[in-house]
Design a protein around this ligand. Structure first.
Ligand SMILES: Nc1ncnc2c1ncn2[C@@H]1O[C@H](COP(=O)(O)OP(=O)(O)O)[C@@H](O)[C@H]1O
Ligand SMILES: [Mg+2]
Length: 325
């Protein structure tokens, strides 16, 4: 099994109240990811068939404590890579799904206002409305303490005492300002909470950021990261992915599916089929007990691969012209 090395010591500054990140010393020992071959085997064991660039990126990310920015079209295995790395290393996967409008309170932390309010009301009920015993400082200390903190994925990953893979998924959906927040966290692996103090990482989590490249990410963020451009797999690897992921698929069917999908991707389509769609298609063919795809069956099942009318028309015409199967 591959595990991640430990990072600089966990420290907290000025934290009042209980502090789960105040570990004081280097957290644990952790098995170090030995070499590139071990990473390749680990990923394959987790059902992820990676090319050399991907294997190397994972190895370097662990060795250098650097986040990986995985960029490529939808359905090329970006999210799955982070999941596979977590699975192979026995680490916990913490996922931050990005979307437009995601803010600090969803990404980092927020205070549980309802619980704070109830706490104040409970205090008033216990002491009576005229009670003047507790000063504001005391109440504030109480309200802005650990028990009223709602950690969100970034903070959760930073202060996790165990090995963690942090997946920041579809980072290109964030507004630029929120991207800056992310950059801050990934620069120092620390989070500053005004009422509590600075929380520093107990272990540097292994971080994967994914992007569908719908917009350029900032140079500053890219500088922080190892860059891994992912594209559709070649025929050989896609064939292997089908065989690994689709129970009941024969060698012949997997080969045929991979070749057909590859030829469709070569057409000028609005949305070329992704690996997820290849798998859906192969699963459907197995379900229909089809082991050999001829022209008619290919055209009948094409909507599993292509989701735009124009693409369907183009692909059917191309298949008919090549008389394929
Ligand atoms: N290299 C790979 N090895 C195994 N499965 C893969 C690979 N690449 C893609 N897949 C499969 O394709 C599906 C889509 O991948 P996903 O990671 O969700 O795509 P993305 O995040 O790039 O949009 C996954 O469910 C996974 O099963
Ligand atoms: Mg994804």
């Amino acid at each position: 099994m591959v595990a991640f090395s430990t990072a600089p010591a966990a420290r907290t500054e000025g934290i009042r109240g209980p502090s789960p990140t105040d570990l004081g010393t280097l957290a644990g020992v952790g098995e170090v990811c030995a070499d590139i071959a071990a990473v390749r085997a680990g990923l394959a064991g987790a059902g992820y068939l990676a090319d050399e660039a991907t294997v190397t990126a994972v190895y370097l990310a662990e060795a250098l404590h650097k986040p990986v920015l995985v960029e490529g079209p939808a359905g090329t295995g970006k999210t799955e890579l982070a999941k596979a790395v977590a699975a192979m290393s026995g680490a916990r996967l913490i996922r931050l799904q990005c979307y437009e409008g995601l803010d600090e309170s969803r990404a980092l932390y927020e205070w549980d206002y309802r619980k704070q309010l109830l706490h104040i009301q409970a205090g008033q009920a216990a002491f009576g409305p005229g009670h003047r015993g507790r000063g504001w400082d005391e109440v504030e200390d109480d309200l802005f303490s650990e028990r009223f903190l709602l950690p969100r994925p970034l903070l959760e990953a930073i202060r996790a005492p165990d090995a963690v893979v942090l997946l920041v998924d579809e980072v290109d959906r964030l507004e630029v300002e929120t991207e800056a927040l992310l950059l801050e966290v990934l620069s120092d692996y620390q989070v500053s909470i005004p009422e509590l103090g600075t929380v520093r990482a107990a272990r540097v989590p292994l971080v994967f950021l994914t992007s569908n490249a719908t917009r350029e990410l900032s140079e500053a963020l890219k500088r922080r990261c190892l860059y891994l451009p992912l594209d559709y797999p070649d025929v050989e690897r896609e064939r292997a992915i089908v065989l690994a992921k689709v129970p009941g698929a024969s060698e012949h069917l997997a080969e045929q599916v991979a070749r057909l999908v590859r030829s469709l991707r070569a057409l000028d389509l609005h949305k070329p089929p992704s690996v997820s769609e290849t798998l859906d298609w192969a699963r459907t063919l197995v379900l229909l007990s089809i082991d050999h795809v001829d022209l008619e069956r290919a055209c009948d099942t094409l909507p599993l691969l292509l989701k735009h009318r124009g693409d369907l028309a183009k692909a059917s015409a191309s298949l008919a012209a090549s008389g394929t199967g």
